[in-house]
Design a protein. Structure first.
Length: 265
């Protein structure tokens, strides 16, 4: 019998950073947090379900390929970063199980047999499990970014945690590609403080705060488009009544960004 796995929301860094020595050195705190995240698990996961800010569809799509390909969804990086591989096996049976749970929750869903691993998935995974020896699959975001629907997604997927599946929402707690460096300092710090305080509340108040995230300080400065924040709704929905613990916190990422990651449960 499997030990119940936690769920996570992680800030996954920028592009293919593990393969870029200078960038990897700058993200040493993030790397250490991903390694520690794995070390602190009570049991090795049976599989990992990743909900990445880099894959969205009209409904909820579930990756069902037995050997998913790579998706190099980044631009203007060194040529060698377009040949990196993360050859983890997929999890078609668990994908079917996940799709059934999503459908039972009344949410629109389909299986996708061709989608590959995007960098919101393979970038953290190459640090977490460098041997690529744990089955890995993804569930997409919906393009409407609805907090309510993505909380519902997490609630629907929650039973997988009891079956040994680690659920990870992968994005960034600050994601404004036009405002990095010193200009990001004030908005990212204020939003990060709000997020930490919101997650420290009792479960019902915490859910309400996240549902109304646009009222947070600098919300739309930090997330002009919320694709990198939406994964937190699913991760929290999968562990809605459980404690939130900050597992990563940086105050000078990309020259001025404050960013964090969280464990739920």
């Amino acid at each position: 019998m499997s030990i119940k796995q936690p769920s996570f929301f992680i800030s996954h860094g920028g592009g293919p950073w593990p393969w870029m020595p200078q960038m990897r050195a700058a993200l040493h705190n993030l790397e250490a947090s991903l390694i520690r995240m794995v070390a602190d698990l009570a049991e090795r996961p049976k599989a990992i379900l990743m909900i990445s800010g880099h894959w969205e569809a009209e409904d909820f799509a579930v990756m069902a390929a037995p050997n998913p390909p790579m998706v190099y969804d980044y631009y203007n990086f060194p040529p060698e970063t377009y040949t990196v591989t993360y050859p983890a096996p997929g999890a078609p049976d668990l994908a079917a199980r996940a799709a059934a749970l999503i459908e039972e929750a009344g949410l629109p869903v389909h299986l996708d047999h061709t989608q590959g691993f995007d960098h919101g998935t393979f970038t953290p995974m190459v640090i977490m499990y460098p041997n690529a020896d744990i089955p890995l699959f993804q569930v997409s975001l919906r393009k409407n970014y609805s907090p309510a629907e993505h909380f519902a997604l997490g609630r629907a997927l929650a039973p997988l945690r009891d079956e040994g599946v680690l659920i990870v929402g992968s994005g960034l707690s600050y994601h404004n590609l036009r405002l990095f460096g010193p200009g990001a300092k004030e908005p990212s710090a204020a939003f990060d403080q709000w997020l930490n305080e919101a997650l420290a509340q009792a479960p019902e108040a915490r859910t309400d705060a996240l549902m109304n995230w646009e009222t947070a300080p600098f919300a739309r400065v930090c997330h002009a488009q919320e694709d990198h924040f939406v994964p937190i709704f699913a991760a929290l929905g999968a562990a809605e009544g459980e404690v939130a613990t900050r597992i990563y916190h940086d105050t000078d990422l990309f020259g001025g960004v404050t960013a964090s990651s969280y464990r739920f449960g």
